[in-house]
Design a protein around this ligand. Structure first.
Ligand code: ATP
Ligand code: MG
Length: 619
């Protein structure tokens, strides 16, 4: 079962349907408490700042750091950002904004094989789209871990010189065999007691390319019997002949993430290094490493502190780059920006909004224990934001012709429809009315079921008496009475006939004397334009893709929803002809829609449904 978020802020019922899109006051959480305590105590007040990242020597003697706190968002540029990243972005940039600090945009590009410029650009775009930036205190705080390779190399030599690191020449397999288990201590490698001189000689040889990939690695020398396996002499440098997206072929050795990340934080004066819970067991190494390097005078004190929070787990999607890459590469979706993808580029095409994501991040809060957030919580946030910002329009998604027999041929007139029911200042727009209209196929029934108030033709009641055709109001237009229908040879209804009441036009005196139960939408057939509209359903048909009933992981691909998209040709009111991507509309009765691609010839858009008006998955 999926859980509602634990915090009271997670309740969706509490907020009104038309919440303002302005950022809600930030709900407090344990990380905010830590930051507030640090600020009150002046924990980081002694730090100085050289206007750019650097070693202790660089920052020494420079002015006090103008940033009260420094956080960072450190993606690896090996894929597009997903909804989980949005949580981390809102948290890190939000803290910096609220506490007089700055959040660094940092690419953790220490792994040369999978990283590409394409991803760097897409990530920067996505963070900006969410409404955050990295300009503060007169500079841009956009950093690349690869810019610190020289420092990292020197730090590694320092660890060797101080007896805290050694070159390992066992194979990965042999190292694993000596590492021990959770219940069993590890055993020292035969290379653990190499002399400083030998280690330095070998490590320099690694850098100079004298050895093959995998022939040696550099390991820290900590404690092979530590109960925390992460402290059993973790590897910190490996040989890898790969061209790096920024440093090219300058290096053939690369630092491991666990070694690089704390150093990146420290060079950048990060005060609060916030990561997901899986890194909790790495924290002792994070602290050990920074302490050693600060002790040696390489890094400024106080060193950064790491704090862990629960990652976002969202039902009906997968939030793991590895799995998203698989969906793209196996062509199970139409690329990273497929509107069904839980990526920020996908969300944008889907018509989700940055404000909706920020509201979502506030609402789900930040906690220390893992839980699942129901996908409907995200949809509700989007709905709330879109309700506020989307202009109302009319679209007939499953068109059926309606012919008003007593309306003069060739005549047309204007009806006036409000652009937003709660915002009279948005005004009204004119919509053309004529003899032939498109209505929804479901708004007519040849033989009405009980309680059906929309169009149905004259008939005979059970007592054998004739009954009139039903009357409905054409929204913002006239009241009509159904008189009959046409069928093709196959028995399909091809048109509905009716008469209209000329004195019933909405907004004219006396029009409200007509009392009808049904109110249906329409577009003039002559003026409407046909457009492709895509309706989306969940990408996966189960809440926890890949999770089997007994808790064993299975192939998540098997859980894809085969009906996650439905394409229809809709008839739209003429004003939508010039709608542009980035605008948001509510198609009355159908939900929120966003223009997607413009036809290269006509310039007319097609549309994606962002979210329905109500949660169709409840119950
Ligand atoms: P994935 O697990 O999808 O591969 P990742 O952690 O490898 O993601 P990174 O590019 O390393 O991706 O992540 C950048 C930042 O985003 C990290 O600080 C990470 O903690 C955070 N992050 C990633 N996934 C989530 C998530 N589901 N919820 C919250 N934060 C996340
Ligand atoms: Mg990662």
């Amino acid at each position: 079962m999926s859980k509602k978020p634990a915090s009271p802020a997670g309740s969706t019922a509490a907020s009104p349907a038309s919440a303002s899109p302005a950022p809600a006051p930030a709900a407090s959480n344990f990380i905010r408490h830590i930051v507030e305590e640090d600020l009150a105590r002046g924990t980081n007040a002694s730090r100085t700042w050289d206007c750019r990242p650097g070693s202790a020597a660089k920052h020494a003697g420079k002015p006090a750091d103008p940033a009260k706190i420094r956080t960072r968002f450190p993606p690896e540029p090996n894929g597009y950002l997903h909804f989980g990243h949005a949580k981390s972005i809102c948290l890190n940039f939000g803290l910096a904004r609220d506490y007089g600090g700055v959040c660094h945009m940092r690419f953790d590009d220490t792994n040369p094989e999978k990283e590409e410029q394409e991803y760097v650009d897409a990530i920067l775009d996505a963070v900006k789209w969410l409404g955050f930036g990295w300009d503060a205190f007169g500079t841009e705080h956009l950093y690349f871990a690869s810019d610190y390779f020289d420092f990292m190399y020197d730090a590694a030599e320092y660890l060797i010189e101080t007896g805290n690191a050694y070159v390992e020449s066992l194979s990965a397999e042999q190292m694993r065999a000596l590492r021990g288990t959770l219940t069993e201590a590890g055993k020292p490698s035969p290379y653990r007691e190499r002399s400083v001189a030998e280690n330095l000689e070998l490590f320099r040889g690694m850098r100079e390319g004298r050895y093959a990939d995998g022939e040696h690695v550099l390991r820290t020398k900590i404690d092979m019997s530590s109960p925390n396996i992460n402290l059993r002499d973790p590897a910190i440098y490996r040989i890898r002949r790969a061209t790096h997206h920024r440093t090219g072929d300058t290096w053939c050795i690369y630092p491991m993430y666990t070694f690089a990340h704390p150093i990146e934080d420290a060079l950048e004066n990060i005060t609060h290094s916030i990561c997901t819970l899986e890194f909790e067991d790495q924290r002792p190494f994070y602290d050990w490493l920074l302490e050693k390097l600060a002790e040696g005078g390489l890094l400024q004190r106080p060193v950064p502190r790491q704090y862990e929070f629960a990652r976002l787990n969202l039902t009906y999607v997968v939030l793991s780059k590895r799995k998203l890459i698989e969906l793209v590469e196996e062509k199970l979706v139409d690329g990273w920006d497929d509107p069904r993808m839980p990526t920020l580029v996908g969300a944008r095409r889907r018509g989700y909004t940055p404000e909706g994501f920020r509201l979502f991040a506030e609402r789900i809060g930040v906690s220390k224990s893992d839980s699942w957030i129901d996908y409907s919580t995200l949809e509700e946030c989007m709905r709330e934001d879109l309700n506020d910002r989307a202009a109302r329009r009319t679209a007939v998604l499953d068109p059926l012709k309606l012919i008003i027999d007593n309306y003069p041929e060739g005549k047309e007139e204007e009806c006036h429809a409000p652009n937003h029911p709660q915002k009279p200042d948005w005004g009204k727009r004119a919509v053309p009315f004529a003899k032939e209209l498109w209505i929804e196929r479901e708004d007519f029934m040849e033989t009405p079921t009980k309680g059906y108030f929309r169009l149905f033709p004259p008939g005979v009641n059970p007592a054998g008496e004739p009954t009139p055709g039903n009357k409905v109001r054409l929204r913002y237009g006239f009241v009509i009475e159904c008189t009959g229908w046409d069928k093709d040879a196959a028995g399909n209804v091809t048109a509905v006939h009716c008469n209209y009441f000329a004195d019933s036009k909405s907004g004219t005196p006396g029009s409200d004397t007509y009392k009808v139960k049904g109110n249906i939408h329409w577009v003039s057939a002559r003026h409407a334009f046909a457009a492709e509209v895509k309706l989306y359903d969940r990408l996966f048909k189960v809440p926890h893709p890949g999770r089997s009933v007994d808790g064993v992981e299975r192939d998540f691909i098997l859980d894809l929803n085969p009906e996650s998209v439905k394409t229809m040709t809709a008839q739209l009111e003429p004003s939508l002809r010039t709608a542009k991507p980035g605008e948001h509309y509510q198609f009355e009765r159908h939900g929120y829609f966003v223009p997607d691609r413009l036809d290269p010839v006509t310039g007319e858009p097609d549309f994606n449904r962002s979210v329905t008006l109500k949660d169709a998955w409840q119950k």
